[in-house]
Design a protein around this ligand. Structure first.
Ligand code: KIV
Ligand code: ZN
Length: 511
């Protein structure tokens, strides 16, 4: 048994399966660079066979990342595995993660395959994958509801075929810690040659137990955890990376395991993922929530001031909370701007992109005296830099709200190059703005979510707005940031519309 716990991050794949969280190639590259800096062992960069865009995104991550293994997911089909193999080819260290469902309910209703057919397909998938890399992972999807004897048979067969990592997923978040740990323990005991492979766990959070189940698996012999930043993922999400890593580190007395994670990069990574995907972090979320290290009651504050360990089991700075640094101001020049972007892991592709970002920085610095790293991240998130085509552009807008008067907004848009304007009333300035936009674009979308978060503290902070729109079964999240939240809202709405306009169809790996 090794004393190392492998951290497999699937933010860019399972995290991306959250409604509206799909990411462009550029967004994935930015997150992948940060995950590499964080020190994750494996970055699951996507599902290469989903679409040509997904293939290109996985390949781009494989080209850039050097110190983490880059992995693509593949269903157990020859086409999927070969697409994954081609996508990870440029990687210094590349992995193919292939999977097939093994539970009676999935085999009967989803796959319509017999047990023999599933075993045969799993073995073939591992063999196709080995043509590209010797680092092959196999997952038994819905292992939580699979028969133990059949799981043993499948895992035995794929080990013989050459799989090096065996992943046991609780795909539907159904297990509880004692049962999950016991399942892992039994598999390791019963599968022949189980000591020649790494056992992995992948837990969903439908009952709020994903982290607890993952840790129980680790206590019973799993040496890889699959997780996501902020617990992002399908439905209630995946096990959260930061919670698992900090539990293992803080309770080393129990786990006696090390990870490669640089924990001071946890909060910056959390903020980056939140701002790119538009999924805010709840204030009371462990480790990365704004209140995670805040002490409200006088008794606690007194205790912490006298001796911090009275109420603190971890130090805020150890997970990166102190990195909220004042970075630049109105007088900072282009070189200082470029240098700071590089220091926080943002590499802009061309001089034109840098110039555009610098112009936006100057404009922001006129309105906001102190510019923090988070402001820079938000600034670079502006979609002109992150490659969603700007079919709809905000040329100008004004919104008026006054007590006792019906709010009104006027927007001037460029739509495919032509200028249009509309003015309308609404329940509030944001509502009026959205209605004015709709008067021009008639998008036929349904607004599913609207949220505003401040990027940094203070009343001059930028508001970061997320707008989720749905149309014809497709869901997208749009983001916008500005010191004026009505303007940020308009930007977010248009960003969502641009995504709907430009993003092509893609397959979901598990449907
Ligand atoms: O939840 C799951 O079962 C998965 C597999 C594809 C590993 O995400
Ligand atoms: Zn999953």
């Amino acid at each position: 048994m090794t004393d190392k716990l492998i951290v497999f991050d699937t933010t860019l794949r399972d995290g991306e399966q959250s409604p509206g969280a799909s990411m462009t190639r550029e967004m994935k590259i930015r997150i992948a660079r940060q995950l590499e800096k964080l020190g994750v062992d494996v970055i699951e960069a996507g599902f290469a066979a989903a679409s040509p865009g997904d293939f290109e995104a996985v390949k781009a991550v494989a080209e850039i990342v050097k110190s983490s293994t880059v992995c693509s997911l593949a269903r157990a089909s020859e086409n999927d595995v070969r697409r994954a193999g081609e996508a990870i080819r440029p990687a210094k260290s590349g992995r193919i993660h292939t999977f097939i469902a093994t539970s009676p309910i999935h085999m009967q209703h989803k796959l319509r395959m017999s047990e023999d057919q599933v075993v045969e397909r799993a073995v073939s998938a591992v063999k196709w994958a080995l043509e590209y890399t010797d680092d092959v992972e196999f997952s038994a999807e819905d292992a939580v509801r699979s028969e133990m004897d059949f799981l043993v048979r499948v895992f035995d067969a794929v080990i013989q075929a050459g799989a090096r990592t065996l992943n046991v997923p609780d795909t539907v978040g159904y297990s509880i810690p004692a049962a999950w740990g016991e399942r892992i323990r039994q598999l390791i005991e019963r599968v022949p040659n189980s000591d020649k492979v790494i056992w992995s766990t992948h837990c969903h959070n439908d009952l709020g137990l994903a982290v607890a189940n993952s840790l129980s698996a680790v206590m019973n012999g799993a040496r890889q955890v699959e997780c996501t930043i902020n617990g992002l993922g399908e439905r209630a999400g995946n096990a959260s990376l930061e919670e698992i890593v900090m539990a293992v580190k803080t309770r080393r007395d129990i786990f006696n395991l090390d990870t490669r994670i640089d924990t001071t990069q946890i909060v910056p990574t959390s903020k980056l993922v939140s701002s790119i995907t538009g999924y805010p972090v709840q204030p009371n979320k462990a480790i990365v929530g704004a209140n995670a290290f805040a002490h409200e009651s006088g008794i606690h504050q007194d205790g912490v001031l006298k001796h911090r360990e009275t109420y603190e089991i971890m130090r805020a700075e150890d997970v990166g909370w102190s990195t909220n640094k004042l970075t630049l101001g109105k007088l900072s020049g282009r070189n200082a701007f470029r240098t700071r972007l590089q220091e926080i892991g943002i590499v802009l592709g061309s001089e034109d992109e840098l110039n555009a970002a610098f112009a936006r920085f100057k404009e922001l610095a006129d309105r906001k005296s102190e510019i923090f790293d988070e402001d820079l991240q938000a600034l670079v998130n502006e979609e002109s830099v992150s490659s969603v085509s700007e079919h709809y552009q905000l040329l100008s807008m004004r919104a008026h709200s006054e007590t006792g008067v019906l709010p009104v907004a006027k927007v001037v848009l460029s739509v495919g190059g032509g200028q249009h304007e509309a003015e309308t009333h609404g329940g509030g300035p944001v509502d009026a703005t959205f209605q004015a936009i709709e008067q021009i674009v008639h998008s036929g979308t349904e607004l599913q979510l609207y949220s505003v978060n401040n990027i940094t503290s203070g009343t001059d902070a930028q508001g970061e707005v997320t707008v989720r729109l749905a149309r014809g079964g497709r869901i997208v999240n749009g983001h916008g940031a500005d010191t004026d939240i009505v303007v940020a809202s308009a930007k977010a709405y248009l960003n969502a519309l641009n995504k709907l306009h430009s993003v092509g169809e893609r397959a979901h790996p598990q449907l």
